[in-house]
Write a protein that binds this ligand. Structure first.
Ligand SMILES: *[C@@H]1O[C@H](CO)[C@@H](O)[C@H](O)[C@H]1NC(C)=O
Ligand SMILES: *[C@@H]1O[C@H](CO)[C@@H](O)[C@H](O)[C@H]1NC(C)=O
Ligand SMILES: *[C@@H]1O[C@H](CO)[C@@H](O)[C@H](O)[C@H]1NC(C)=O
Ligand SMILES: [Ca+2]
Ligand SMILES: [Ca+2]
Length: 210
């Protein structure tokens, strides 16, 4: 399923998973490569297309997006705890084409519990390459991009047009039945004053809840 659509539909759920008040353990960030040309730098709410390799402290690789699964880079939204906290902190201000090494203490990764094959209290190293940076589904820029007639509110048709475009962008065939259904769902949840439009307030993340 589509990351954009998912992160849109699930945004309220994701936002409510906000972090506790743990003391900030130290995150080490090292820039391995920065491209000469940088049109924009990643910020909270942006969507990043990333390839990543993960290593245990002893140097053993536990995951590589280039060799596991479908071998494709993945989209994730920065700053909403979609991935571990160390990623939200360590992947800011990145350009498309930039590569970083992050050394992430357990408190900013999988903590005391661990997860799957990550043992408890693991410090993890990631080599992350950002292939692309885009406006997140909830940025002010996205709202403007979606508001085709510039009346500062999103109609159902504008939302449908956006979904169709996002599907095409990600190589999925557009599907009007599905877009219709998704749009209905989105409006049912988000058009809080039920006027048939999404205002920028209804649309935008409440950043203080992150
Ligand atoms: C490296 O650490 C991981 C996680 O603690 C462990 O599963 C693996 O066996 C270790 N590998 C070596 C070569 O020590
Ligand atoms: C379009 O989406 C609907 C609802 O998810 C699904 O039932 C239908 O098979 C899809 N059509 C195509 C052509 O993929
Ligand atoms: C959209 O599809 C879901 C699952 O297929 C269904 O439960 C829901 O009622 C549909 N919503 C609308 C507005 O058609
Ligand atoms: Ca509009
Ligand atoms: Ca409204």
């Amino acid at each position: 399923m589509l990351v954009v659509a998912l992160s849109w539909l699930c945004s309220s759920a994701l936002v409510s998973v906000s972090g506790g008040k743990l003391p900030e353990a130290e995150l080490k960030t090292e820039v391995l490569h920065r491209p000469f040309i940088c049109r924009r730098k990643s910020k909270y709410g942006d969507m990043l297309l990333v390839h990543h390799d993960g290593f245990f402290a002893n140097g053993t690789m536990f995951y590589s997006s280039r060799s596991h699964g479908d071998k494709q880079p993945m989209w994730f939204t920065l700053g909403i705890r979609e991935a571990i906290k160390g990623w939200d902190l360590g992947l800011q201000d990145m350009c498309a084409g930039e590569k970083r090494r992050l050394v992430i203490p357990p408190a900013l990764a999988y903590g005391k519990e661990g997860k799957g094959k990550i043992p408890p209290e693991s410090t993890l190293t990631f080599i992350v390459e950002v292939m692309e940076v885009r406006n997140g589904p909830r940025s002010h820029e996205s709202f403007q991009e979606m508001d085709l007639n510039d009346d500062w509110r999103l109609s159902k048709d504008e939302v449908k047009a956006y979904l169709r475009k996002e599907f095409e962008r990600h190589g999925y065939p557009p599907n009007d039945t599905l877009h219709e259904n998704m749009t209905e769902d989105i409006f049912a949840k988000e058009d809080t004053n039920k006027d048939g439009f999404l205002s920028s307030r209804e649309f935008t993340y409440k950043h203080d809840e992150l």
